[in-house]
Design a protein around this ligand. Structure first.
Ligand SMILES: [Zn+2]
Ligand SMILES: [Zn+2]
Length: 356
């Protein structure tokens, strides 16, 4: 609010100084900073030596300060590497080959799980959420929310595999649905998960196929679990439980093969990610879906984001990032949104997306 727009009758100016100071005490530093830049009266009442105030913050709070400022600035995003704001670059979208060149400091703010050609970064999510509530850069918002599909045919085994990512904003939360399909489109019988294939499936930092064969993916995880058992002095039962948690996808696929034509649902025990697996009735196609909830707007140091990021220095069982959430709630949120959309589209005669 500038001088010319300042309304002396505004409710905030009617507060007694005691109440006003009490409110001020509860504001985050970035809110005080923004308030101090609204008008002279607030500049005086919120006066701070901002540089020294910011330097006293922990590194996590400092990133939080910049993220708090970025919340109100449609042209900027908060970089955790530089601990400052960077200017928007509307060419920087999840489906970009050489993204590092688009980020001035080459910071990697991805999930770090080696996704396909599509890699969603923290600032993509923040821009999508922010621009969806502000009427700015709507073309960039459209580019950020664009679904992505990549289809390949393996050279070793003539199987077709495809990857699809579809972002969505539902009740101010950023949801990403990913889908992997493996199909045998040839006339011969082929295993859909060949041990000599090149396929891998990074579902989340805690789940996925680490190699194309189910047996070799399990074996790698067995080694990891054994290493972690030694490092953390776990009991055999704890190691077994850990191994079971790490291999939910492998077990889910094996289970889906026993019941072709039926969806098998489960959830990651660490991050808000629901999964669904189905093997077609003729057993020539497998579909794995994941619904991830990245939550509402926030700092790159916040749990909403950190829980989705693989930390190379912390192995699975160091109990690093973990978030309590209602299992299957992410998929439910997605389904409710799609069915609302289908209902409204049905009214206008346009059919909606697939109901899953
Ligand atoms: Zn930076
Ligand atoms: Zn997970």
């Amino acid at each position: 609010m500038g001088h010319s727009q300042m309304d002396p009758n505004a409710a905030i100016f009617q507060l007694s100084p005691d109440i006003f100071l009490l409110i001020l005490k509860h504001l985050a530093l970035h809110d005080k900073f923004l308030l101090s830049h609204t008008c002279k009266a607030f500049r005086h009442s919120t006066y701070h030596d901002w540089d020294s105030e910011i330097s006293r913050l922990s590194s996590s709070d400092r990133v939080g300060f910049w993220a708090g400022l970025a919340y109100t600035l449609p042209d900027y995003w908060a970089c955790p590497k530089c601990c400052k704001l960077h200017l928007i670059n509307t060419s920087d979208v999840p489906a970009t080959l050489y993204r590092q060149q688009l980020i001035p400091c080459q910071a990697d703010i991805s999930r770090g799980i080696g996704t396909e050609m599509y890699s969603i970064h923290h600032h993509h999510i923040q821009f999508a959420l922010k621009l969806s509530r502000l009427c700015k850069h709507q073309q960039y918002l459209g580019a950020l929310m664009k679904p992505y599909t990549d289809t390949r045919i393996s050279l070793l085994n003539p199987l077709t595999d495809s990857y699809t990512a579809e972002p969505n904003i539902i009740t101010k939360q950023f949801i990403l649905r990913e889908e992997w399909n493996i199909s045998n489109d040839t006339s011969t019988t082929l295993p859909l998960f060949p041990e000599n294939g090149t396929f891998h499936m990074p579902v989340c930092p805690h789940l996925g196929l680490t190699s194309s064969g189910l047996a070799s993916s399990r074996m790698r995880k067995k080694w990891d679990a054994e290493r972690l058992q030694l490092r953390h002095k776990m009991t055999e039962l704890e190691e077994l439980t850990l191994f079971k948690e790490m291999t939910l996808i492998e077990d889910g696929i094996a289970f889906a093969f026993r019941f072709p034509g039926n969806w098998i649902y489960n959830s990651c025990l660490r991050c808000p990610t629901d999964i669904g697996i189905i093997v077609s009735a003729d057993e020539r196609k497998v579909t794995v879906r994941a619904w991830h909830n990245f939550g509402v707007e926030g700092s790159p140091m916040g749990t909403n984001w950190r829980v989705h990021v693989a930390d190379p220095s912390q192995a699975w069982a160091t109990l690093g990032s973990y978030m309590d959430y209602t299992h299957r709630s992410v998929r439910t949120l997605w389904m409710e949104d799609i069915s609302d959309e289908t209902k409204s589209k049905a009214q206008t005669g346009i059919l909606g997306r697939k109901l899953h």
